[in-house]
Design a protein around this ligand. Structure first.
Ligand SMILES: Nc1nc2c(ncn2[C@@H]2O[C@H](COP(=O)(O)OP(=O)(O)OP(=O)(O)O)[C@@H](O)[C@H]2O)c(=O)[nH]1
Ligand SMILES: [Mg+2]
Length: 312
């Protein structure tokens, strides 16, 4: 194990992949892995890219990777695929769209399922991002499909949140969705070769203006990911946002908020494990029958169990 971690930290792709798999599968050593890599992380720029299914996120990422690699930075990509609860290695579609980079040793691409979470960002995604960070990736891109909560979740872990909108897909609904406007640091209006692109750009800008003065005014950038139009501007906006985070108190604020969430997440997970174990030991036909017959209620059962656990 030590050997794998050492190799991964030196940037060896196969060892990095193995660490991510172990963490993703919640293997017995995953806590040890995270413990040994955590203090090395915190240097990478974590970029969350979210948006409706088919908005062009992977196509955009592909172009962004080319652009970012040009500046000599090493890149890790995690594509969260809600349709595949158990993946290891890249999903075919993502691999095809990012195939230009799949042989590039400085670009590490990985797809993950969403097991263990409601939205698109599972704990495993975050841990994989930390591993890539600790293993020397300068930039970690995380693609998630915007299905509501996942956009909000991604903000909790990303330094920079990129929201990809497209014309003609119930745009008003996309934009109005509660909370979306607040979480995005950069708005991309992709598929700008289609009608209605300027309208969305205008509407988003209007909504942003209504929010009043803010230290970071999110830019709204039209792109045609398929042929690379606008991608340079998107890459520049991402790098500008990073500079903003470094120079303002916002970067530190996000780091502290994330640190807090990390501990809460471990606590929640470990407490749930302890409770489930205790329940497994206690569970019996009699208890279940009493519940089904309404002689007892689940609240009493759960609280009695909790009070036993707590008294240990
Ligand atoms: N017309 C047009 N099509 C595009 C553009 N960008 C991407 N597409 C196409 O849109 C489709 C979906 O692109 P993806 O990059 O897979 O979109 P995605 O958001 O990653 O999709 P999911 O991961 O499935 O949610 C593909 O057929 C792309 O070729 C664009 O700028 N214009
Ligand atoms: Mg995709």
């Amino acid at each position: 194990m030590k050997n794998i971690i050492e190799k991964a930290i030196q940037g060896e792709p196969r060892s990095i992949a193995r660490l991510i798999t172990m963490v993703e599968n919640e293997s017995a050593s995953s806590v040890d892995i995270m413990r040994s890599i955590y203090t090395r992380s915190g240097k990478a720029h974590l970029i969350g890219v979210t948006g409706s299914p088919g908005a062009g996120k992977s196509t955009l990422l592909d172009k962004l990777i080319t652009n970012i690699s040009r500046s000599g930075l090493s890149i890790g990509v995690i594509a969260v695929d809600p349709s595949s609860p158990f993946t290891g290695g890249a999903v075919l579609g993502d691999r095809l769209r990012m195939q230009n980079h799949s042989l590039d040793p400085d670009v590490f691409i990985r797809s993950m399922g969403t097991r263990g979470s409601l939205g698109g960002v599972s704990r495993g995604t975050y841990e994989a991002a930390m591993i890539l960070d600790a293993c020397g990736k300068d930039v970690v891109l995380i693609e998630t499909v915007g299905v509501g909560q996942s956009e909000i979740d991604i903000m909790k872990i990303a330094d920079t949140v990129v929201l990809v909108l497209v014309p003609g897909m119930g745009d008003d609904i996309q934009i109005m969705k509660a909370g979306i406007m607040e979480i995005a640091d950069i708005f991309i209006v992709n598929k700008s070769d289609r009608d209605g692109s300027e309208r969305i750009v205008r509407e988003v800008n209007m909504m942003l203006d209504l929010q009043g003065e803010k230290p970071w005014r999110p830019p709204v950038i039209p792109t045609i990911a398929e042929n690379g139009d606008g991608v340079d501007m998107a890459a520049k906006a991402i790098s500008d946002h990073r500079t903003f985070l470094e120079r303002s108190s916002e970067g530190q604020r996000r780091k502290l908020a994330r640190a807090r969430l990390e501990v809460e997440e471990v606590l929640r997970r470990e407490i749930a494990k302890i409770a489930e174990k205790a329940w497994d030991r206690q569970i019996s036909g009699d208890v279940l029958e009493d519940l089904a017959a309404r002689i007892n209620d689940p609240y009493t059962v759960a609280y009695e169990l909790l009070s036993k656990i707590i008294s240990i």
